[in-house]
Design a protein around this ligand. Structure first.
Ligand code: NAD
Length: 275
C-alpha cells in the first residue's frame, strides 16, 4: 500500500471544523498542509504535533504549516507553491476558513463588516479554488490527462444559511450563497480534468464561532446550545467531526461520481418557524 493517499491543503486548520478535517484526513492517509493566519501559528503547530502521532500504513502522517491570509492573492499563491514544494502536490483543497461578524440587523451592518465577511468567505474561497485548480490541472496534464487518473477534489465551506435565510445573518448568508454559486460553476468547469468540487453546508456546529454567537446573544454557551438544540431535528448541534466525516467521504473514491453537490447536514438543518 502506498504511504500516502495524496496531499490535502486545509485552510483555517488551527481550530474548529478545519482542525477536525485535517486530523481526519491524516488518519485516512493524506499528508497535510495546514493553513491559518500567521497569528495562529501556535494553534497550527499544535495540530501538526497531533498529526505527527498518527500512523498510516506503518508510517507517521506528515504535516507542514503553510500560514497565509486567504484574502491575499499573493499569500494564497505562495501557500499553494509551498505545499507543492514541501509535499509534492495538491490533491485536495478544503477552503474552510471563514468568519462570522457580529449579528446585527441589515440596517445596522457596517460596510466594513460586510466587506470583511466577503473578503474571507468569498474572495478567500475563490482564491483557494483558483490556485488549487491551476495546480490540479497541471498535475492532470503530468499524469497523462485521463480524468479518472487525477482523484483531485476541492471542497468549500458553505452553510445552511446559504440555502435558508436566517435573520441577523444577511452579510454572512449572502457570502455563503456566493460559495454555493462558485462551487457549482467550478464543478462544471473542472469536471473535464477529473477534479470534483463540492461544499459542506452545515447548520450550527459547536465551535468558537458558535461560542461568539452565544456571547453576542447574551446567553451562556450551555444555555444557547440547549435552546438551539430544540429547533434541530436531531436535537443536538453538529460537531466538527460530523463535518470531517462528510469531507472524508466527499474526497474518497466512494464519492467519485459526486460533484457540484452542496450538502446540508439534515440533522442540523434548523426547522423553519412553525405556524
Ligand atoms: P472558527 O472560527 O472556529 O475557525 C475558523 C478558522 O479560520 C480560525 O482558525 C481562523 O483563524 C481561520 N481564519 C479566519 N480568517 C482567515 C483568513 N483570512 N485566512 C486564513 N485563515 C483564516 O470557525 P468554524 O466554526 O470552525 O468554521 C469553519 C468554516 O465552517 C467557516 O467557513 C464557517 O463559516 C463554516 N461554518 C461554520 C458553522 C458553525 O456553526 N460553526 C456552520 C456552517 C458553516
Amino acid at each position: 500500500m502506498s504511504a500516502s493517499k495524496g496531499v490535502a491543503l486545509v485552510t483555517g486548520a488551527g481550530r474548529g471544523i478545519g482542525r477536525a478535517i485535517a486530523l481526519r484526513l491524516a488518519r485516512d492517509g493524506y499528508s497535510l498542509a495546514l493553513n491559518d493566519t500567521s497569528p495562529n501559528r501556535a494553534a497550527v503547530a499544535a495540530v501538526q504535533s497531533e498529526i505527527a502521532q498518527i500512523t498510516y500504513s506503518g508510517r507517521p502522517a506528515k504535516a507542514v504549516g503553510v500560514p497565509a491570509d486567504v484574502t491575499d492573492e499573493g499569500q494564497v499563491q505562495e501557500m499553494v507553491r509551498r505545499t507543492v514544494e514541501e509535499l509534492g502536490a495538491v490533491d485536495v483543497m478544503v477552503a474552510n476558513a471563514g468568519i462570522l461578524k457580529a449579528r446585527p440587523s441589515l440596517v445596522e451592518t457596517s460596510l466594513a463588516d460586510f466587506d470583511a465577511t466577503f473578503a474571507v468567505n468569498v474572495r478567500g474561497v475563490f482564491l483557494c479554488y483558483k490556485y488549487a485548480a491551476q495546480q490540479m490541472i497541471a498535475q492532470h496534464r503530468q499524469r497523462g490527462g485521463a480524468p479518472a487518473s487525477t482523484g483531485c477534489s476541492i471542497i468549500g465551506a458553505a452553510s445552511v444559511t446559504s440555502k435558508q435565510a436566517w435573520a441577523g445573518l444577511s452579510a454572512y448568508s449572502a457570502s455563503k450563497w456566493a460559495v454555493r454559486g462558485l462551487t457549482q460553476a467550478s464543478a462544471l468547469e473542472l469536471a473535464p480534468y477529473g477534479i470534483r468540487v463540492n461544499a459542506y453546508a452545515p447548520g450550527l456546529v459547536d465551535t468558537k464561532m458558535v461560542e461568539r454567537i452565544a456571547v453576542e446573544s447574551n446567553r451562556e454557551h450551555s444555555r444557547y446550545i440547549a435552546e438551539e438544540s430544540r429547533n434541530i431535528p436531531l436535537k443536538r448541534l453538529g460537531t466538527p467531526d460530523d463535518v470531517a466525516n462528510l469531507v472524508a467521504f466527499l474526497v474518497s473514491d466512494k464519492a467519485s461520481y459526486i460533484t457540484g453537490a452542496f450538502d446540508t447536514s439534515r440533522g442540523t438543518y434548523k426547522q423553519p418557524p412553525q405556524n
